[in-house]
Design a protein around this ligand. Structure first.
Ligand SMILES: [Ca+2]
Ligand SMILES: [Ca+2]
Length: 131
């Protein structure tokens, strides 16, 4: 019985992590989903809940991401240069607005017909830019 619960928990965790990564090429993705996912990810990164990501919080999240089953691939992946690219005003702090800038930029690039949804075909364009 204990074993069944463990397996169920593991499955839940894996599904949650995969969703958090917002994988490309699996299903159509809405712009609103990108915003919601970045918001959720931001809440996880902002460990001290001060409304901004510090360089230390960024580093800690990168380590967490490396342990994820999908390594956080996809639109909301936090890459090595995420911090400096996201911190547009250069104040060593990434705000929620700054955090969603790059994922939305990629999304808008993919959403060629501007209907607010990136189809699987449209996502193949964005996939070229996600490293
Ligand atoms: Ca913080
Ligand atoms: Ca900033």
């Amino acid at each position: 019985m204990t074993r069944t619960i463990c397996v169920a928990l593991l499955t839940l965790t894996a599904a949650g992590a995969a969703h958090a990564g917002l994988q490309l090429g699996e299903r159509p993705i809405a712009r609103t989903e990108v915003i919601a996912t970045v918001k959720k990810q931001f809440a996880v990164m902002d460990v001290n809940r001060d409304g901004g990501i510090s360089p230390d919080e960024f580093t800690a999240y990168r380590e967490k991401q490396a342990a994820m089953p999908d390594q956080g691939r996809g639109l909301t992946r936090i890459g090595r240069s995420w911090f400096e690219r996201s911190d547009v005003d250069g104040n060593s702090r990434v705000t929620p607005d700054e955090a969603q800038g790059r994922p939305l930029e990629l999304f808008d690039m993919a959403d060629a017909n501007r209907d607010g949804v990136a189809s699987i075909a449209e996502q193949s364009v964005a996939a070229l830019f996600v490293k």
